[in-house]
Design a protein around this ligand. Structure first.
Ligand SMILES: Cc1cc2nc3c(=O)[nH]c(=O)nc-3n(C[C@H](O)[C@H](O)[C@H](O)COP(=O)(O)O)c2cc1C
Length: 356
């Protein structure tokens, strides 16, 4: 397994300059991805035509993508301007994570930081979003155009952090069922490290209850849509495999491996970012080796489960390696902060490796 690297070109250096100029406005800089997507046709962006279809053996609606590289949750939290993201060399987008109602997220600032040397982002946004009703309504308006372009739109949902335990299941199911009407596929985020609340992926009893109820809901729905669970990259092999066993029993189609890495568990400490006094999660290049290992392990033990690789993917040859390992597609986010026209470049590396 190689952590393939790229040499910095003029665009990457320009992007480094932009990062420097906005170094004190990290959140603003992040929110510019939508604008960058909108205007990217000016500097060579546009739709991809590397169509691929992810089929499911349980008759869930297939996911059609125009590139195997999808934008990970968190980059477009509220479902605005979705179709512009197709210009970034992407085959789809996961909107959200959405909760039942509007959330301001963590109040401590800054909530996002960059480590230039390691090409990583640390964040503690705390699931800020407009609430599932507004987000789903926006997705519904835009999804027709997205489907025409084979640009898949998923919605990521989570329980409202901090909600009373007896209301937790109902809260998650309501959010899920509203998202289900609008999206092509669903992601259940059970691994957010940024709210200071306990993660669900370590609560086996709740996981069984939640995915059991989700499966009952899907059985009564007029159309069966694919459901993914997004897990944390810090799970031990044993924890991950027993979770995959549980998820398979409840008809979950696949897993996203994985979310941001809880930063306290990585090799150095970062400035405190969240309201509960911890540092949130790490994304970007240092996650890749772990991502690759998790994909290999999941595919080895659960060959029929759809797996989606996410974490530190910043080169087309990494996409190739992960697809060869059995991933159905990959998701990216942090690379857009470090690599100019990252999606287009990665697609070139994937499709024409001989030109490298
Ligand atoms: C600023 C920021 C916000 C994020 N918000 C979410 C989120 O709301 N839901 C989620 O499932 N993942 C979220 N993520 C995690 C990403 O979707 C992804 O799993 C992670 O960044 C690893 O991929 P990467 O190394 O390509 O960035 C967020 C990541 C960042 C950097």
């Amino acid at each position: 397994m190689l952590n393939h690297d790229y040499t910095l070109d003029f665009g990457d250096k320009l992007l480094a300059f932009i990062r420097y100029v906005f170094k004190n406005h990290a959140e603003f800089r992040h929110s510019c991805l939508g604008l960058y997507a909108k205007f990217s046709p000016i500097w060579g962006g546009g739709l991809q035509s590397a169509k691929q279809i992810v089929n499911f053996s349980d008759n869930s609606q297939p996911i059609t993508l125009c590139s195997p590289i999808v934008l990970a949750a968190g980059a477009n939290k509220n479902g605005k301007g979705i179709n512009a993201y197709a210009n970034l060399g992407l085959g789809g987008i996961t909107v959200g994570t959405a909760t039942r109602n509007f959330r301001i997220g963590n109040t401590r600032r800054p909530r996002v930081g960059l480590d230039e040397f390691n090409r990583l982002i640390y964040n503690s946004m705390g699931l800020n979003n407009d609430g599932i009703e507004k987000i789903s309504a926006r997705v519904e308006k835009q999804i027709g155009k997205a489907r025409k372009n084979n640009f898949a739109v998923g919605i990521s949902v989570a329980e409202t952090p901090g909600i009373a335990e007896e209301k937790r299941l109902q809260d998650l199911l309501e959010t899920f069922s509203i998202a289900y009407e609008a999206a092509d596929y669903l992601e259940v985020n059970v691994s957010c490290p940024n709210t200071g609340e306990d993660r669900l992926d370590l609560d086996t009893a709740f996981m069984a209850q939640a995915f059991g109820s989700i499966e009952s809901f899907r059985k009564t729905a007029s159309c069966r849509k694919a459901v993914y669970a997004k897990l944390s990259p810090d799970l031990t092999d044993k924890q991950m495999l027993s979770l995959l066993e549980l998820l398979s029993q409840f008809g979950v189609n696949g897993v996203i491996l994985g979310n941001t890495h809880p930063s306290e568990k990585l090799f150095y400490s970062l400035p405190v970012l969240n309201d509960k006094g911890t540092s949130g999660g790490i994304s970007g290049r240092p996650l890749y080796e772990n991502t690759f290992g998790k994909i290999s392990l999941a595919k080895k033990h659960f060959p029929n489960l759809s797996v989606v690789a996410c974490g530190g993917i910043d080169h087309g040859l990494k996409v190739r390696d992960l697809l060869n390992e059995g991933a159905d597609f990959v998701q990216i986010y942090s690379v857009f902060a470090f690599r100019w026209m990252a999606g287009q470049k990665m697609m070139k590396e994937l499709l024409c490796p001989s030109n490298l």
